[in-house]
Design a protein around this ligand. Structure first.
Ligand code: PBG
Length: 339
C-alpha cells in the first residue's frame, strides 16, 4: 500500500445506520424544547398567523387544549406572548393582574401545574407606540430634554418591568424572561421579585438579543411592530460579538439564571462563545423568520421541511444551547418519534 494512501478512513464510522447512530454526538429530545404561544382575549379563537403556518393566536379557552397537546408530547415548557385588549403609552395592561398573561398563566396552572410557564417580559405588545418601554415624549412626566424624542427611557422602563414581573410571577409564572435589552433589567427584576418574596422565580434573560430582520413574522403574530423607527437603540448590532459577551457578563452579574441568545441560526458563533465562557444554562431562540423561511421554501418544493427543520435545531444544540425556543417544537417531537 502506498504511503499516501489514508490509513485513517473516517468513512468507516459512517458505514451503516447503526454505526452512524453510535457516533452521533448531539441528539434532540423533547426536553430540549420550549414552545412559544400567542394568547389574546375572547372566546373560541384560533386565529392563524399568515406568515407562520401552524402558529395561531389563541383565546384562553382554546389555549388549554393546545397546551395539553404540548405537555402530552413531553415538551416541558411554554413561552407566553400576550395581545392586550387596549394599548397605552406605558403598556399598563402588562402589569394589570387581570391582563391577558396573568389570566392565561392562572388557567394553565389550574390545568397543568407541572408545565413550566415562561413569561416574555417586554412592553412592545402593550404600548400604543410599539416600543419596549417608556418613550421620551413631551407631554409626559418622564420627559428628559437632553434625550431625543422617541428615545426609549431606560430607568422609567425598569420600574415598570419590575412591577409587571411581580404580577406575572404572582399569577404563577415559573420563569420571567425579559426581552427588551434595557440596561439593568435583570437586576431590577430580581430585586422586585425578591422584595415580594418571589425568590423561587427564575430569570431567563434575553442576554444577547440582536436587532434582527428575522423577527418580521413575529410582529404580525404579536401585533407588536414599532409605530415609528426601529429597535436599534436597545437591541444589538448584528455585526458585534464582543459586545454580546459584555451584555451577557452584565446579566450574569445581575443574577440571571439562564442566558438566552436570539436569533439562533445567524448567531451560532455567539451561542458557542457564551457556552465557552459561562457555566449557566443557555437558551437559544429559533425565531419566527427562521421558521417562516423554511416553511416558505418547503411550500415551494425547494427544501424538505422536516429535514431542514431538524438540521437547524440540531445545529443550534451542537453550537451549545441547552434549550431551544422554537415554533417547530411540536412537529420536531413528532418527527423525532417517527425517524
Ligand atoms: C419582544 C420579543 C420579540 C420576539 C420575542 N420577544 C420581538 C422583537 O424584539 O421585536 C421575537 C420572536 C420571534 O421573532 O419569534 N417582546
Amino acid at each position: 500500500m502506498s504511503i499516501e494512501f489514508p490509513h485513517i478512513r473516517p468513512r468507516r464510522l459512517r458505514l451503516n445506520e447503526s454505526l452512524r447512530r453510535m457516533m452521533q454526538e448531539t441528539t434532540l429530545n423533547p426536553a430540549d424544547f420550549v414552545y412559544p404561544l400567542f394568547v389574546r382575549h375572547g372566546r373560541d379563537i384560533q386565529h392563524p398567523i399568515q406568515s407562520m403556518p401552524g402558529v395561531f393566536q389563541w383565546s384562553i379557552d382554546k389555549l388549554i387544549g393546545e397546551i395539553e397537546e404540548v405537555a402530552a408530547l413531553g415538551i416541558p415548557a411554554v413561552m407566553l406572548f400576550g395581545i392586550p385588549e387596549k394599548k397605552d403609552a406605558y403598556g399598563s395592561e402588562n402589569y394589570n393582574p387581570e391582563g391577558i398573561i396573568p389570566r392565561a398563566i392562572r388557567a394553565i396552572k389550574e390545568t397543568l401545574p407541572e408545565l413550566i410557564v415562561i413569561s416574555d417580559m417586554c412592553f412592545c405588545e402593550y404600548t400604543d407606540h410599539g416600543h419596549c418601554g417608556v418613550i421620551n415624549q413631551k407631554n409626559q412626566k418622564e420627559f428628559t430634554p437632553g434625550l431625543p424624542e422617541g428615545y426609549l427611557l431606560n430607568d422609567p422602563t425598569l420600574e415598570l418591568l419590575g412591577r409587571a414581573s411581580v404580577v406575572h410571577a404572582q399569577a404563577g409564572a415559573d420563569i420571567i424572561a425579559p426581552s427588551g435589552m434595557v440596561d439593568g433589567m435583570v437586576g431590577e427584576i430580581r430585586r422586585a421579585l425578591d422584595t415580594d418574596g418571589l425568590h423561587h422565580v427564575t430569570i431567563m434573560s434575553y442576554a444577547a438579543k440582536y436587532s434582527s430582520g428575522f423577527y418580521g413574522p413575529f410582529r404580525e403574530a404579536a401585533e407588536s411592530a414599532p409605530g415609528f423607527g426601529d429597535r436599534k437603540q436597545y437591541q444589538m448590532d448584528p455585526a458585534n460579538s464582543r459586545e454580546a459577551l459584555k451584555e451577557v457578563a452584565l446579566d450574569v452579574a445581575e443574577g440571571a439564571d439562564i442566558l438566552m441568545v436570539k436569533p439562533a441560526l445567524p448567531y451560532l458563533d455567539i451561542i458557542a462563545a457564551v457556552r465557552r465562557t459561562y457555566n449557566l444554562p443557555i437558551a437559544a431562540y429559533n425565531v419566527s423568520g427562521e421558521y417562516s423561511m423554511i416553511h416558505a421554501a418547503a411550500a415551494n418544493g425547494w427544501l424538505d421541511l422536516k429535514r431542514c427543520a431538524v438540521e437547524s435545531l440540531i445545529s443550534i444544540k451542537r453550537a451549545g444551547a441547552d434549550m431551544i425556543l422554537t415554533y417547530f417544537a411540536k412537529d420536531a417531537v413528532k418527527w423525532l418519534e417517527t425517524s
